[in-house]
Design a protein around this ligand. Structure first.
Ligand SMILES: [Zn+2]
Ligand SMILES: [Zn+2]
Length: 279
């Protein structure tokens, strides 16, 4: 797997490839704007071009942008939905300008309106966004959730619904957060192979565009989204070995999102190496 991590943009977009390289990473994920605010500074042409050039020069592939945490494309409230959809389109356009192939986003929460109706709104928003950005290449990548609160997207059935109802599956895909899957009741520690074959039969393995590689702070199936550094949480060591051994996933990027960020990633990489995993 192509190992990467979520990187801070404090030095500017054009410094991301160099910062990744310094950590020994071949790819990365980042926020293209403040993830906790609706408003964003417009992206200048110079900034976008500087990033595209730096990324090309460094040979970076499979970059991803993580969308704002505020988006809720499943919201039953019309104004919230509209704000989310507007911000979603803005994220897609920024990704396209930055030359980033994947936009990873949380599907949303039903807020009491029921899972089915939220999933319908999310699928509809994705289709509309695909229509409205026809010339774009960026893929809309839904991240599985831990199933906290009224979040949808924790089960393979939810992901399958979004795939089945897409007008163009070339423009969509899924990001498997390993902590979230484990918290949602998929026993990656002991039954990773059956998770993968279930994913393949229900959703299709070729729609896995990325992994979020996180250990889980809490025990299995608690629906609690708390990441832990690799090897320090409740996921088994054999899970990490099995994941990296899977030839069907060899080309999929895996982004670390562990608690200490840039400070902690060297420890995560050291842990993987200690298991004999070649990156
Ligand atoms: Zn996420
Ligand atoms: Zn998480």
């Amino acid at each position: 797997m192509n190992i990467g991590a979520h990187l801070s943009t404090k030095d500017g977009f054009s410094k991301l490839p160099g910062n990744a390289h310094a950590l020994g990473l071949k790819t990365y994920q980042f926020f293209s704007k403040n993830q906790m605010q609706w408003k964003s500074r417009p992206l200048t042409k110079e900034d976008a071009e500087a990033h595209v050039t730096a990324s090309k020069q460094a040979g970076i592939v499979d970059e991803a942008i993580h969308a704002s945490y505020l988006l809720n494309l499943g919201s039953p409230e019309e104004d919230k939905f509209k704000m989310s959809y507007g911000a979603f389109l803005d994220e897609i356009r920024r990704a396209e300008e930055l030359g980033v192939p994947f936009l990873i986003f949380h599907p949303g929460a039903h807020m009491g309106s029921g899972e089915g109706s939220a999933l319908k709104r999310i699928a509809g928003a994705m289709n509309l966004a695909i229509e409205e950005t026809k010339a774009a290449k960026v893929k809309l990548v839904v991240e599985n959730t831990a199933g906290q609160g009224s979040m949808v997207g924790y089960s393979l059935e939810h992901l399958a619904y979004l795939a089945e109802n897409s007008i163009n599956t070339d423009r969509i895909g899924f990001c498997i957060d390993t902590c979230h899957a484990y918290q949602a009741g998929y026993d990656l520690s002991n039954k990773f192979d059956s998770f993968l074959s279930e994913f393949d039969s229900k959703v299709g393995i070729k729609l896995i565009r990325a992994f979020h590689l996180n250990d889980s702070k809490y025990p299995f199936n608690k629906h609690l989204d708390r990441h832990e550094n690799l090897g320090k949480g409740t996921l088994s060591h054999s899970f990490f070995i099995n994941l990296f051994k899977e030839t069907k996933l060899a080309k999929v990027p895996a982004f670390l999102e562990t608690p200490e960020g840039e400070e902690g990633y060297p420890k995560d990489l050291k842990f993987l190496k200690s298991l004999g995993i070649k990156m």
